[in-house]
Each structure stands twice: as structure tokens, then as C-alpha cells.
Design a protein around this ligand. Structure first.
Ligand code: FMN
Length: 225
């Protein structure tokens, strides 16, 4: 099968990484390639903070966890998930979440372990590099095209990373606390955080990394005419 098809099929989200830094050179190679992602009218609406400074990553994580502990459900620029879940999407979300906990032998009612697993997002799954992707607020004021472009940019990052022996985890968990991230980074007022992508060297011994949620058959998602 062609290499690119394989790269797409074989990528999966990893949630345990080695404490091995990603060099600045590799980060630049990945981001240069991702910058070739197509965008409407070549707008290139992505603005990326590539962070490998341990202290900054810790500060972002601490600030998000503190916000969550204060009872806030989110502090965001954009609403990623639907406000009303239609049954089909609810079922897929449920199966994927339950599947992960079952894979890890975590009881559904074990709120403490589940919370810790969620907080791992904000410890970057032990990875040493996170790309935080923002866009200009003007791009998403009454328009959504930039979100399409930045979604494609996300996949470019994740696929390109694999060429350097790196794995990734896309994060909407940071989308939900985008304003907290922006505050810690002292990002300009015109920027809105869309998502982050954790980049690093996979811990191949970690059981969590062998979780592979299935996809719906294309008969459910494709209409051939
Ligand atoms: C936009 C987006 C946001 C996501 N947010 C998170 C997240 O915050 N934490 C996490 O562990 N996984 C997150 N994921 C990973 C999804 O759960 C994962 O892509 C999906 O279950 C399919 O699994 P796979 O990526 O291993 O193929 C996110 C994926 C996307 C595309």
C-alpha cells in the first residue's frame, strides 16, 4: 500500500511519552512541512506556539488544573464539542471513552483514576514538546473556514512527526481552557487558542499506547453516487 495511506492508517493518539526532548531542528522541520498545508485563499490562519520549555509547560498545566479545581468546566474561546449530542455521536464518544478505560482496566466508577487520566493531558503525557495552535479572532468572527484549515494543519503536524520517529496526541482538552493558556503565555489579545498537539517519543512499554479505537464502516459515513 502507498506510504502516505499507511501513515494515515497507522497514526494513533499516544498518551505516554519518554522524557526525551524534541530538538528545535526537528520542531522546525515539522512546522515547515505543516506550513505547506493548503488553506482557503492561502490564508494560513494558524499561529503556533511551539513550546519545549519545561517551566512554561508546567505553568500552563498548573493553571489549567487550578482552574478545573476551582469548579470551572471551561474557559475557552471556541466551543469544540456539540452542545446537544445526537445519539450516533454520543454512542461513538461513549464507546471510545469506555474502550480506553476498559483497555486500562479502570472501572467506570473509579472517578479518581479517571480524573488523574484526564489531568495527564495537562502534564502533556510526560512529553517534552507541545504545539499550541491559535488563530486570529478576526478569522473566526462569523466565519469557520479557518477552523477547516487549522484542522488540516493538525493532521499535517501529526503525520510529519512520524517521519522523525515521533508520535502525537491532539488535544481539545486545552481548547476548553484556551483562555487560561493564552493568559499564561501572555498571548496578544487578537489570538484565540484552537487546540494543542503533544509531540514526543512514545513510551512503547506503556499499555495505554496500544489502544486503537475503531472507526465506523464507511457505509455509515460515505455516500457513493
Ligand atoms: C480535535 C481533537 C481533540 C482531541 N482531544 C483529545 C484530548 O484532549 N485528550 C486526549 O487524550 N485525546 C484527544 N483526542 C484524541 C481522540 O480521542 C482520538 O483521535 C480518537 O479517539 C481516535 O483515536 P486515534 O487518534 O488513536 O486514532 C482529540 C482528537 C482530536 C482530533
Amino acid at each position: 500500500m502507498p506510504t502516505i495511506t499507511n501513515a494515515i492508517i497507522e497514526r494513533s493518539s499516544k498518551r505516554a511519552f519518554l522524557q526525551k526532548p524534541v530538538t528545535r531542528e526537528i520542531q522546525e522541520e515539522i512546522l515547515k512541512a505543516a506550513a505547506m498545508t493548503p488553506s482557503g485563499a492561502n490564508m494560513q490562519p494558524w499561529i503556533t506556539y511551539a513550546i519545549s520549555d519545561k517551566e512554561v509547560l508546567k505553568n500552563i498545566g498548573d493553571a489549567i488544573i487550578q482552574k478545573m479545581n476551582s469548579g470551572a468546566e471551561h474557559d475557552q474561546f471556541i466551543q469544540y464539542y456539540p452542545l446537544e449530542w445526537k445519539p450516533i455521536y454520543k454512542k461513538r464518544r461513549f464507546e471510545t471513552g469506555i474502550g480506553l478505560y476498559a483497555h486500562m482496566g479502570v472501572d467506570r466508577k473509579d472517578v479518581e483514576t479517571r480524573t488523574k487520566m484526564w489531568h495527564d493531558n495537562f502534564r502533556w503525557f510526560n512529553a517534552q514538546c507541545v504545539f499550541f495552535v491559535f488563530t486570529d479572532k478576526a478569522m473566526i468572527d462569523g466565519a469557520v473556514g479557518a477552523l477547516i484549515d487549522c484542522g488540516a494543519y493538525m493532521q499535517s503536524i501529526m503525520l510529519c512527526a512520524r517521519d522523525f520517529g515521533l508520535e502525537s496526541c491532539p488535544q481539545g482538552s486545552t481548547t476548553e481552557f484556551g483562555r487560561v493558556v493564552a493568559k499564561v503565555l501572555d498571548a496578544p489579545d487578537n489570538l484565540a487558542l484552537l487546540y494543542s498537539v503533544v509531540i514526543g517519543y512514545e513510551d512503547k512499554e506503556a499499555k495505554i499506547n496500544s489502544y486503537r479505537p475503531q472507526r465506523a464502516d464507511i457505509s455509515e459515513t460515505v455516500i457513493f453516487i
